[in-house]
Ligand binder design. Sequence first.
Ligand code: GAR
Length: 207
Amino acid sequence: MEQTAKIAVLVSGGGTNLQALIDAQSQGVLKSGKIALVISNHRDAYALTRAENAGIRTETVTKSELGSQEAFEDRIMQLLDGEGIDLIVLAGFMSILSERFTRHYEKRIINVHPSLIPSFCGQGFYGLRVHEAALARGVKVTGATVHYVNEVPDGGEIIMQKAVNVRPDDTPETLQKRVMRLAEWKILPMSAEKVCADMVVNKQTHK
Ligand code: GAR
């Protein structure tokens, strides 16, 4: 059997991007990597149910229960390294990771962000807030970006972007849904496949 990269997906909420990755895997779009672990930082995240339905191992790690950012990240690292994870996908993961964490996994973490970086990104820009800011600024085109994660929030190298037109009658909610459907759910699985394929070719996977 051809070698594949082991993927962990970090989530916080609904998990529609996780679902897109699961679907891409079952459709053969994501074939160079396999989702081996889903970690949530919220116990009630619906993303956990999506993972369970797909037979994927789930873990919950919360900062409030562990007491500090350091302990929170140590536990996540322990889970990732224990499972031999090659690629970490942040799919709606609403917690900023420290430089210590991002350096440990250099070029091994990717994130999906719901705007065309460098617009509407960085600290404070997440979820619906991104779309509220785009509408407030009056942009006519927005979209989504998948990028590597480094110590600068939303500052790592860009892997893929896709533009989406803003409609005059858009609300933050309608815009968010369209950006997800037309951009995020497409470029996240494509990017994961690209990065995993590169890892396999360059023999950067654990096994
Ligand atoms: C997505 O729109 C994702 O791009 C965004 O949160 C949403 C999560 O939805 N992420 C960020 O804003 C990160 N800065 P999901 O849980 O349904 O995938």
